[in-house]
Design a protein around this ligand. Structure first.
Ligand SMILES: [Zn+2]
Length: 255
């Protein structure tokens, strides 16, 4: 009963996503299409479990593949990667106490081994059985492997095209269209900084502080000093001190 209620909710989502996809475009359409695909996958997963548990031929006929492709055994067990119990060559894996309970179906076992990078795949046969099973279980419940199961297995079992991951080099250049940055408004005020002119030493200080020539000279002297390892710690210089020529042996000498 619970499974049928969950399926009703998923079917409602399928209806709403289908309507939304028709009204959207661009990135929003792609996101809604993906959400619609996930809702369809959930609907078919629930239908498969209902068909297996109730032994209903009518429910089984709603599936695009034979019920034996969804469940290998007599019971409707749920693998923690594909949520079904599909048949495979390597056998199902099950782990209990002292570890959290984990179950991986036989088909997922085969597929997870195929996902290992070549250097690890070459070592699999030399691992002790416990190590091999632990690594397969750990990899199988990872996000990347579960997304693989959704796209490559559950999509076809739901009557959809396989959803293959986009290669990283192609994904890197998929960016949304650039939106032009608006320029300043016609009546926008320009950003200006005004400094009140003072008399005497304070006025001279302000002149030096805002003089582009002094700033440039200070930076070029600092840059030259960074090229040579100083013999002793440098002292903090004032803006006025930078007017002087570098002394012999001084850390500010050109390199
Ligand atoms: Zn599985």
């Amino acid at each position: 009963m619970t499974l049928k209620a969950m399926r009703l909710a998923e079917m409602e989502l399928v209806t709403m996503y289908s309507q939304a996809v028709g009204q959207a475009d661009g990135l929003a359409r792609r996101a809604l299409t993906k959400a619609l695909g996930r809702a369809l996958v959930h609907t078919h997963l629930l239908t498969a479990h209902i068909a297996k548990r109730t032994r209903s031929g009518a429910e089984a006929r709603l599936l695009p593949a034979a019920l034996g492709d969804y469940f290998a055994g007599a019971k409707a067990r749920a693998c923690m990667r594909c949520h079904l119990d599909r048949p495979g060559a390597s056998g199902a894996l099950e782990r209990r106490d002292p570890h959290p309970y984990t179950y991986i179906c036989a088909a997922c076992h085969d597929e997870i081994v195929g996902e290992f990078p070549p250097d690890l795949a070459a070592q699999i046969d030399r691992w002790p059985r416990a190590v091999r099973e632990a690594r397969v279980l750990h990899h199988g419940v990872g996000r990347a492997s579960m997304l693989n199961a959704i796209g490559r297995v559950l999509h076809p079992l739901s009557g959809l095209e396989p959803e293959l991951p986009t290669p990283a080099a192609e994904r890197a250049v998929i960016v949304p269209a650039m939106t032009p940055t608006p320029g300043p408004a016609p009546n926008e005020r320009r950003g200006e900084l005004t400094v009140d002119k003072a008399e005497g030493p304070e006025g001279q200080y302000v002149d030096v502080l805002f003089s582009p020539t002094q700033v440039l000279r200070h930076w070029s002297v600092s840059l030259a000093a960074s090229c040579k390892k100083p013999r002793r710690p440098q002292r903090t210089q004032s803006f006025f001190f930078t007017n002087r020529l570098p002394r012999r042996g001084n850390a500010n000498a050109r390199c």
